[in-house]
Design a protein around this ligand. Structure first.
Ligand SMILES: [Zn+2]
Ligand SMILES: [Zn+2]
Length: 231
């Protein structure tokens, strides 16, 4: 006996059960993980549809954000605790698994937040889940250790070359760095002593350093120096 399935109905919004939070396509949400010991998944809602009659059985088509530990390369020292990658991995999930709304900020706007709440995340890389590669595959690096900026770590800026430094990489405590009103890095101090005349010419333009972060192979040499200070 052929029975026609009820037609899918596209919904414009969905209200999270037991709350007044309304989810719309384009919103970012936290979705319950089957493993309750794990933090909720972060996803972007692409569309919402009801398969059952009377608008029941609501399903959401989502695009997953991966946490660094879910990526092939794993979590790196420069990954922030609230960092996620926009993946190319789509899925259809029951709307029942939505726990709440969240905000995935651009890196720039995340670093400008006055306070970071539990629902605040940031994304600076797209992630290809099949190959484990990132877009962009190059990112600016800072400090003597040449690491990308981790917004969880305090850094101090040299007033001359504008590079940023981890206090631990320049033999300073975090307390000292916070109190410091002026800071000139070692190489700027050294150059200043030697060549006072063309000092500004020599260092006025700081070259932006970049490193390849596109694939596993590229991570190695840059991460190594960082390990030194963590061990
Ligand atoms: Zn450093
Ligand atoms: Zn400097």
């Amino acid at each position: 006996m052929a029975k026609t399935r009820p037609p899918k109905k596209i919904l414009e919004s969905y209200t999270i059960k037991g709350s007044d939070k309304v989810i719309k396509p384009g919103d970012c949400v936290l979705m319950r993980s089957a493993d309750t010991s794990k933090p909720p998944y972060v996803a972007k809602v692409e569309s919402i549809e009801a398969a059952g009659s009377r608008g029941t059985n609501v399903r959401v088509r989502v695009r997953w954000y991966y946490r660094p530990e879910e990526s092939i390369g794993g979590r790196r020292p420069f990954h922030g605790s609230k960092e996620v990658f926009l993946s190319d991995h789509y899925d259809v999930q029951s709307a029942d698994t939505i726990e709440g709304k969240c905000n995935v900020h651009s890196f720039r706007s995340y670093t400008k937040l006055d306070s970071v709440n539990a629902e605040d995340f940031f994304c600076r890389f797209d992630y290809k889940s099949a190959s484990g590669s990132f877009v962009p595959d190059r990112i600016a690096v800072f400090c003597k250790c040449e690491m990308p900026y981790n917004p969880d770590d305090l850094m101090i800026q040299c007033e001359e070359c504008s590079d940023w430094f981890h206090p631990s990489c320049i033999g300073m405590t975090i307390k000292e760095a916070k109190k410091r009103e002026h800071f000139f890095c070692q190489s700027c101090t050294a150059e200043n002593g030697k060549t006072t005349e063309n000092f500004h010419e020599a260092t006025g333009q700081s070259e932006e350093k970049e490193r390849c972060y596109g694939s596993d192979a590229c991570f190695g040499p840059v991460v190594d120096p960082f390990k030194r200070e963590r061990s």
